[in-house]
Structures are given as structure tokens and as C-alpha cells.
Design a protein around this ligand. Structure first.
Ligand SMILES: Cc1ncc(C[n+]2csc(CCOP(=O)(O)OP(=O)(O)O)c2C)c(N)n1
Length: 386
């Protein structure tokens, strides 16, 4: 016996899973295919497993529990956001991990990861269950994992041995190129003197509306933005470098009526630039992606990044964003944020900022759990937060 993909997707829906994301594995293909074809469980194809963890985190913050469907070979790609995002902020998600290399005979590249999959999950303190191939028992295991994830607010994993899910037909329809407005590139008329990062963040803080949801990247960006105005609707990331835009995508898809602003660094964006294509494919209309480009990893001492030869607006435009702009200065930023409407996105605006920091900027003053709860309440309203 083997599980049917369709029935397993129904089980996930019945357990309250509202969204799936991941990177394909042939052993899990029936689930992915079913989610894509059935349309009952929205599936967001991620460019990397780490990005998928970011999307799942944002999805839950936006009110939709997510399942992350990945091959164990991609577990390594997910370690950073699992440890520094999901564990740090205590964010529930269901990991469905195929277990390649579990038994002899699989391809050589799966052998070592096959042997260390369960110990690696255990090292990350992620409770792990093996998915049985019998439907009733499988439903119980999935239910136990989801209960564990939600009751204890953390990722919980189900690992899937070979042959557990019955093979399905090949996914038939590849996504068509979506119809979208011609990308507008706005160049500043007269480049102004680049503001400092702190000044740009203060300008942003001043242009925000009360119910704007903001996600800021790890490092001094989050600290300086918090210093410019700590608010529940801002989620400062303290780790998971590169995952801010994926998390913002998860939020924007779960809360499509909201303006979602993500503040990225050049180094962080380049670390997970695949997310641009994911965002360009998903077209979250409320997403505004700001890149504060100081040409370096300022937070760790100003070491140069590779951004000097990168045109972030061109990169976003080429990735399917609806709008992309290179801003000339802080006043462009204020104008852009004031004028941005849900439906205009996804939009990216790159702003050159001076390297350097505001001396004495404290760490983000609230605990990760308080930041999580405040942000979720800002998305869902106090009545809806369990
Ligand atoms: C995965 C990972 N690698 C390295 C670091 C260390 N680190 C923290 S902030 C940072 C620099 C971020 O640079 P950028 O996104 O350009 O922002 P900036 O600090 O320049 O404003 C680095 C490398 C980290 N937190 N996580």
C-alpha cells in the first residue's frame, strides 16, 4: 500500500494547513502535483529550502499554517532559518521531508545525508515522526505533528521513506508567463547626496501608515529601524540573513489586503536572490521591497559586498516584479511609500545609502516572542490570535 497524494493533501487541509511551499522531491511529487493541480492547497514553489522556511514563517505570522515539502538533501539549506528564525521566534510549521539515502541502494550523493537526517533534525530540537504508508495511521502521525507544532509553537517534522506516497502523473501544466504591467523603471532626475541608512530608515518610519506591515533584515537595519520607532506591526529579523523577502512574501500572500514593506540589505538580498524570482512569480500586490544598498556588509564591519556591479531594480524587473525603481534620495523614498497602493506590487526600490552606522544604536528592545505576538496581532487583530 501507499498513500494517495490527493488524500494526503486533504488530510493536511483538514488539519488546518493553509499553504504549502518547498522544493520538489520525486518521492513527494504527488503531494506537490496535487496541491498545484487541485488548487485546494496553495503551493508556493520556492527557489531554495531556506527560502521555503522563510515563506512558511511569514505565512503563519499572516494567519496561515504552512507545510514545507522538501527532500532531505535540502535540509542543509534550511538549517539557518530553522535555527535562527523558526526556533528563535518559536514559529510553528510542518516539515515534510523525504528520506533519501535511508536504505542502501540510493544514489551516492544521498548516503551521508541519509544517515544523518534524523540526528540532524534531533540536533535542531525538531520533533520527528516517520510517515506510515497506511492512510489511517498516516493521518494520525500528521495530526500528531501538527498538534506538536501548534501547541508548542515550533517546527515539527514528518519524514517520508521511499514508496510511502504513490507515484502520480507528471505535473502537466507549467505556469504560463503571467500578464503583468510593463515594468516601470523610475530613475531619479538628480541624484541627491546618499542619505545614511539611519536617515533613510527614519524617512521610511515617517512615511508609514499605522496598519503597514514591515519586515526588516538582520543586523543594523533592524536595530536602526526599531530605534526610529518601535511598533508592533514591524517584525525585525535577528537572524535568517537573506530570508526577509521570503518571510514578507509569506505574509503578503496570507494578508493580501495589506501593504507589506520589506527592508533588505544588499548583502542579505544577494544571499538569497532566488527569492526575487519567487516573488515575481507569485505577484503579491501589496509587497514593497526596499533595498538599502551601502555596498557592504556594514553590520559585520563594512566588508565589501558584490553589489557595486548589481542593478537591483533591473534584477527585480527581470524577475517579474510589477515595478522597479532606483531612487535618488530620501525624498524619493518618502514619495514612493506615500504613493504605494495595494495592487501596485510587487515593487522594488533600491536606494544607495552611505556606509556607516548611528553610534550607540541599541539592540531591538523586545524579546523574539514579544515581537512575534505583537506582529501577529497587528496582522490578525487581537480577537483572532489564539
Ligand atoms: C547566514 C548568516 N551569515 C552571516 C551573518 C552575519 N551577518 C549579520 S549582518 C551581516 C551583514 C548584512 O549586510 P547587509 O544585508 O548588506 O546589511 P548592512 O549591514 O550592510 O546594512 C552579516 C554578514 C548572519 N547573521 N547570518
Amino acid at each position: 500500500v501507499a498513500l494517495s497524494g490527493a488524500a494526503t493533501v486533504e488530510d493536511l487541509l483538514a488539519l488546518g494547513v493553509g499553504c504549502a511551499t518547498g522544493v520538489p522531491c520525486s518521492w513527494l511529487a504527488p503531494l506537490t502535483t496535487e496541491a498545484l493541480a487541485g488548487g485546494r492547497l496553495p503551493y508556493v514553489p520556492a527557489a531554495s529550502e531556506g527560502e521555503a522556511i522563510g515563506i512558511a514563517a511569514g505565512s503563519w505570522l499572516g494567519g496561515r499554517l504552512a507545510a514545507v515539502l522538501i527532500q532531505n538533501s535540502g535540509l542543509g539549506n534550511a538549517v539557518n532559518p530553522l535555527t535562527s528564525l523558526a526556533a528563535t521566534y518559536e514559529l510553528p510549521m510542518l516539515l515534510v521531508v523525504s528520506h533519501r539515502g535511508r536504505v542502501d541502494g540510493d544514489a551516492p550523493q544521498h548516503r551521508l545525508m541519509g544517515a544523518i537526517t534524523e540526528p540532524l533534525l534531533e540536533l535542531m530540537q525538531i520533533p520527528t515522526r516517520v510517515l506510515p504508508n497506511e492512510p489511517v495511521a498516516a493521518r494520525e502521525v500528521l495530526a500528531a505533528a501538527v498538534a506538536d507544532a501548534t501547541a508548542r509553537s515550533r517546527p515539527a517534522a514528518v519524514i517520508v521513506p521511499r514508496g510511502t506516497v504513490a507515484p502520480a502523473d507528471q505535473a502537466d501544466a507549467l505556469p504560463a508567463k503571467h500578464a503583468r504591467p510593463v515594468t516601470v523603471r523610475v530613475e531619479a532626475d538628480a541624484p541627491a547626496v546618499a542619505p545614511t541608512r539611519a536617515a533613510a530608515l527614519a524617512t521610511l518610519a515617517g512615511a508609514l501608515r499605522v496598519d503597514d506591515l514591515v519586515i526588516s533584515t538582520t543586523g543594523m537595519v533592524s536595530r536602526e529601524l526599531a530605534a526610529a520607532g518601535d511598533r508592533d506591526a514591524t517584525f525585525p529579523m535577528m537572524g535568517s540573513m537573506g530570508c526577509a523577502s521570503a518571510l514578507a512574501l509569506g505574509v503578503a500572500l496570507a494578508a493580501p489586503a495589506r501593504r507589506v514593506v520589506v527592508v533588505d540589505g544588499d548583502g542579505a538580498l544577494l544571499m538569497k536572490a532566488g527569492a526575487l524570482a519567487t516573488i515575481g512569480a507569485q505577484l503579491p500586490g501589496g509587497l514593497l521591497h526596499l533595498v538599502l544598498d551601502n555596498g557592504c556588509y556594514e553590520s559585520t564591519g563594512g566588508q565589501p559586498s558584490a553589489s557595486a556591479n548589481v542593478d537591483f531594480a533591473a534584477l527585480a524587473a527581470a524577475s517579474g516584479y510589477a515595478r522597479a525603481a532606483t531612487l535618488g534620495g530620501a525624498s524619493d523614498l518618502a514619495r514612493l511609500v506615500s504613493g504605494f497602493a495595494v495592487g501596485d506590487g510587487p515593487a522594488l526600490a533600491a536606494l544607495a545609502v552611505q556606509p556607516g552606522r548611528e553610534a550607540g544604536t541599541p539592540r531591538v528592545p523586545r524579546t523574539p516572542q514579544a515581537l512575534r505576538d505583537g506582529f501577529r496581532e497587528a496582522v490578525l487583530g487581537p480577537a483572532l490570535v489564539p
